[in-house]
Structure formats: structure tokens, C-alpha cells
Design a protein around this ligand. Structure first.
Ligand SMILES: CC(=O)[C@@H](O)[C@H](O)COP(=O)(O)O
Ligand SMILES: NCC(=O)COP(=O)(O)O
Length: 238
């Protein structure tokens, strides 16, 4: 069954907006797990716009499901953080500094040697590695040469195309997932997944190990409450 990892970046966004500790990120993470989340995901960015590096150390003390840290491994501070915290999983995302959010996967062909080296560093530390890729067969094949344990399919294109033509939107992801599964790669997915598009995605990607969902889930929680929202998302995966 596909695991739901709740990305709590936007809880930190709200907290930081007033300078105090409300909402309490650590308590929210505990409650997300109590409400049924099967993982906690954070994405500490160099500008610490939401998740701060210190949050990651504090979260490590309390996360009891799976802790997934996403970020750009080309930043040494990120590498040092992950090796110090040793989460269950690190997801490598090739973000540039000024991006408003993550908006592309790795070029696994052009970065093959670099990825091989940095992935080995994390795997030698006992950390499962996932790398963020677009649903492009060549990029998935390139990922399979890097030693990564999993890929995370970048699902923005699917989410944006879903309403107009869900069959067309899912097609590249089905092919990318087929190639990944045949290559022995685990399959994660994330970005802009929500209550409308999640079930269809999971139904069409049978080997899907994990989805990490944040922006839409936290937004939905404003209306439905966090406990109810997490269970609504879990029902889309059951
Ligand atoms: C990698 C990805 O698609 C998201 O997990 C990303 O972490 C979202 O980052 P923001 O919450 O900063 O938009
Ligand atoms: N890896 C995707 C993630 O963690 C959350 O992305 P989003 O749901 O905030 O778009």
C-alpha cells in the first residue's frame, strides 16, 4: 500500500510569519503521525523561508514513522545536516536558490557521475536515497545508473493536466513508473497532489511506494481540520 508522508513546510511558513512558535511545528508533526500520517517530510531551503535547519534536528527526536528530508545536495550545509540527522530517507532535489518552489527533476544523464558519488555518501551512512525526476524515460534510465534506491516522480505536470484530460496527464507517469519498476527502483511521487487527483494517480501507478503531500493537504486542513484531512488523503490511497 502506498504510504502517505505529510510535508509540513507550510506549517513552518505560518509559524515564521509572526516570529513566534505558533503553530508549534514539533507538536503538529506528532499530531500528524497520531492522525495516521505514515511519514513526515520537510524541505529545508538555504534561505530557511519555512523549515529551519534547527527544526530538522528537533523533528528527528520525535518522528516515529519515516522521516524524509528533501533538498539540494549541492549545498554542503544540506549534506552535513542529513548526515548528522540520519533520516530514513533523503530526497535529492536540484533546486536553484531563487526558486519559489521545486519545479524540475535531475538531468540524470548530465549529472550521472555527480549523483553516483553523492548518493554513495548517503547510502554509506545507512540512509535510503530518492532522487527527484521528471516523468521522462531517459531520466529514469539515467537514475537507474546512479545507485539511487528510489525515484520521486515530479507530479506537477500531472496535477495541472488532470482536470482537462486525466488519461493524457497520467500517461508519461505510467511509462516512467514501468521503466523504474523494471530497473528495480522504488517509486515515490509528489508535488501538487491533492484530494482531486491523488486516487487516480495511485490507481494507475501500482508500484507506488510513497506520496509526499504538503501544500494542498495543509490548505485543505484549514477547512476540514488536520485529523480529518489526513484521513481523507489516506482513504484516497486505500
Ligand atoms: C520537492 C517538492 O516538490 C516539494 O516537496 C517541495 O519541497 C515543495 O517545497 P515548498 O514547500 O518550498 O514549495
Ligand atoms: N515531494 C513533494 C512534497 O513533499 C510536497 O509537495 P507539495 O504537496 O507541497 O506540492
Amino acid at each position: 500500500m502506498t504510504r502517505l508522508s505529510v510535508n509540513i513546510n507550510k506549517i513552518a511558513t505560518l509559524r515564521n510569519s509572526r516570529g513566534g512558535n505558533n503553530p508549534d511545528l514539533i507538536q503538529v508533526a506528532k499530531d500528524c503521525e497520531r492522525f495516521g500520517a505514515q511519514g513526515i517530510t520537510v524541505h529545508p531551503r538555504p534561505d530557511e523561508r519555512h523549515i529551519r535547519y534547527n527544526d530538522v534536528y528537533e523533528l528527528k527526536k520525535i518522528v516515529t514513522t519515516e522521516f524524509n528530508i528533501e533538498g539540494n545536495c549541492q549545498e554542503q550545509k544540506f549534506v552535513d545536516l542529513v548526515l548528522a540527522v540520519k533520516p530514513e530517507q533523503v530526497t535529492l532535489v536540484p533546486d536553484a536558490l531563487g526558486q519559489i518552489t521545486s519545479n524540475h527533476g535531475w538531468d540524470t544523464m548530465a549529472n550521472q557521475q555527480y549523483l553516483k558519488e553523492i548518493i554513495a555518501v548517503f547510502k554509506n551512512a545507512g540512509i535510503r536515497v530518492s532522487i527527484f525526476v521528471d516523468p521522462v524515460v531517459e531520466m529514469v534510465k539515467g537514475a537507474a545508473t546512479t545507485g539511487t534506491d528510489r525515484i520521486e516522480l515530479y507530479t506537477e505536470a500531472y496535477a495541472h493536466g488532470y482536470a482537462a484530460n486525466k488519461e493524457a496527464a497520467i500517461a508519461p507517469y505510467k511509462e516512467a513508473a514501468r521503466v523504474a519498476h523494471e530497473a528495480g527502483l522504488g517509486i515515490n511521487a509528489g508535488h501538487d497532489l491533492d484530494l482531486e487527483n491523488l486516487k487516480y494517480f495511485a490507481q494507475n501507478i501500482p508500484a507506488l511506494d510513497e506520496v509526499s503531500i504538503g501544500h494542498a493537504l495543509i490548505s485543505d486542513a484549514l477547512y476540514y481540520g488536520l485529523e480529518n484531512t489526513i484521513q481523507m488523503y489516506l482513504r484516497q490511497l486505500s
